[in-house]
Design a protein. Structure first.
Length: 348
C-alpha cells in the first residue's frame, strides 16, 4: 500500500519536528516492507498568512480531501498573528471541516522517564474526547437586564456524537486492558450529563466483555494522580477531555512528547495527526525541540492505518532511546533534536 499524506509542518518547531518524524516513519515503513508513504508538503500557516492574508487557500479543504491522512506540526506565531486567527483559520477549520469528531490522546509513563508523580505505577491511559460539540458549542449569548449582566453558554450533546465517542472508546478497550471509564458530572449538570450517563449505559450493553466505571470529573482528576493504575480508556466530553489530557501530558513529564489524533472514524474524510504541543516560539530554530511528540503522533497514524506492528516498533524505539539517556532539554537531557532522531532511527 502507498499512503498519500498531506503534510502541514506549520510554524515554529513544527518545521523541525515534522521532517524528523517523517524520516522515522519512512524508515519503519522500509523495515516493515508492506507499505510506503507519499508525502506532499503544504506551506500553510502564519508565514502563508503574512504573505496572502489567509492561513490556507480558499479551496484548502477540498485539496486536503484528496489525501488519505493529514500530518500536522503546530500552528502559531503569536507575536505576528493573533492566536485566534491562526487557530480558527487552519486547525479548527480542518478539524470541523473534515468532521474529525473524536480526539484521542494517550498518556503513558515511558520507560526511561521519571514522572513528577509520587506514585506513577502503570500510568497508561487513553482519553477519548468528543471533539465537535458539548461545552464547546458556539451557542449562547449575553444579556443586559436592568443592572445585571448575564452570559449564557449552551452545551449541546447529540445522541449521535455522544454515542460515537463512546463506541470508539469501547473498541479501543477491546485491544487494551478492557476497561472503560465514563467521565461524568451528573450530580451537578442536570440535563447534559444525565443524558451522557444514559447513552453510556445503553452503549455498554453491546460490549459485555468490557468492564466499566462511571466517575465524576472532579474525583477523576484526583484519581488520575492518586491511582492512575485504575484507568485504561476514559471517554469524556469536549471540555472534560480537554482538561484531563493536559493533566495526562503533565504526568508524562513533558508536553514535548505528548501525541494526539483528530479522527474521522467513519473514514469519510482524512483524519489529522498533530501532537499536543504548540509551535514553541521560545525554542524555535535552535535545533533543541523534542521530536518525540511528533514521532509518537506518527505512531498513532500507523495504528489508524492498520499497521500497529510498525507502530509498536516506533514506540519501543522511543523508549529504548530514552532509557539510554539520549534526551532533549525539556526532559532534563542535553541532546539535540538531530541526536534524538538519529538514535530512534538507529534503535528501530
Ligand atoms: P507550546 O506548546 O508551543 O509551548 C509551551 C512550552 O513547552 C514552551 O516553553 C515550549 O518551549 C515547550 N515545548 C513545547 N513543545 C516542545 C517540544 N517539542 N520540545 C521541547 N519543548 C517544547 O505552547 P504555547 O507557548 O502556549 O503556544 C505557542 C504557540 O503555539 C501559540 O501561537 C499557540 O496558539 C500555538 N499552539 C498551537 C497548537 C497546535 O498547533 N495544535 C497547540 C498549542 C499551542
Ligand atoms: Mg487543551
Amino acid at each position: 500500500d502507498t499512503y498519500k499524506i498531506a503534510v502541514i509542518p506549520g510554524d515554529g518547531i513544527g518545521k523541525e519536528v515534522v521532517p524528523a518524524a517523517i524520516e522515522v516513519l519512512d524508515e519503519v515503513a522500509k523495515l516493515d516492507g508492506s507499505f510506503q508513504f507519499q508525502w506532499t508538503y503544504f506551506p500553510w500557516g502564519c508565514d502563508y498568512y503574512l504573505e496572502h492574508g489567509e492561513m490556507m487557500p480558499d479551496n484548502g479543504l477540498e485539496v486536503l480531501k484528496q489525501y488519505d491522512q493529514i500530518f500536522l506540526g503546530a500552528v502559531g506565531m503569536p507575536e505576528l498573528v493573533p492566536d485566534h486567527i491562526s487557530l480558527w483559520g487552519l486547525l479548527i477549520k480542518i478539524r470541523r471541516g473534515m468532521k474529525q469528531s473524536i480526539n484521542v490522546r494517550p498518556a503513558k509513563l515511558l520507560q526511561g522517564l521519571e514522572s513528577p508523580l509520587k506514585n506513577p505505577h502503570d500510568f497508561d491511559i487513553t482519553v477519548v474526547r468528543e471533539n465537535s460539540e458539548g461545552e464547546y458549542s458556539d451557542s449562547g449569548g449575553r444579556i443586559h437586564s436592568g443592572n445585571d449582566e448575564i452570559a449564557i453558554q449552551n452545551a449541546i450533546f447529540t445522541r449521535k456524537s455522544t454515542e460515537r465517542a463512546m463506541r470508539y472508546a469501547f473498541e479501543l478497550a477491546q485491544d487494551s486492558r478492557k476497561h472503560v471509564t465514563s467521565a461524568t458530572k451528573s450530580n451537578g449538570l442536570t440535563y447534559s450529563m444525565p443524558f451522557w450517563d444514559e447513552v453510556f449505559n445503553a452503549v455498554k450493553t453491546d460490549y459485555p466483555e468490557i468492564d466499566t466505571s462511571v466517575t465524576h470529573i472532579d474525583a477523576l482528576a484526583a484519581f488520575f494522580v492518586m491511582k492512575p493504575q485504575a484507568f485504561d480508556i476514559i471517554v469524556a466530553s469536549n471540555l472534560f477531555g480537554d482538561i484531563l489530557t493536559d493533566l495526562g501530558g503533565a504526568i508524562m513529564g513533558s508536553i514535548g512528547i505528548a501525541p494526539a489524533a483528530n479522527l474521522n472514524i467513519e473514514r469519510e474524510y482524512p483524519s489529522m495527526f498533530e501532537p499536543v504541543h504548540g509551535s514553541a516560539p521560545d525554542i524555535a530554530g535552535k535545533g533543541i525541540a523534542n521530536p518525540i511528540g511528533q514521532i509518537w503522533t506518527g505512531k498513532m497514524m500507523l495504528d489508524f492505518l492498520g499497521h500497529s506492528e510498525a507502530g509498536t516498533r516506533v514506540l519501543n524505539a522511543i523508549e529504548k532511546v530514552l532509557a539510554s539517556g539520549v534526551k532533549t532539554r525539556d526532559l532534563g537531557g542535553s541532546s539535540s533534536l538531530e541526536e534524538v532522531k538519529a538514535a530512534i532511527i538507529q534503535s528501530l
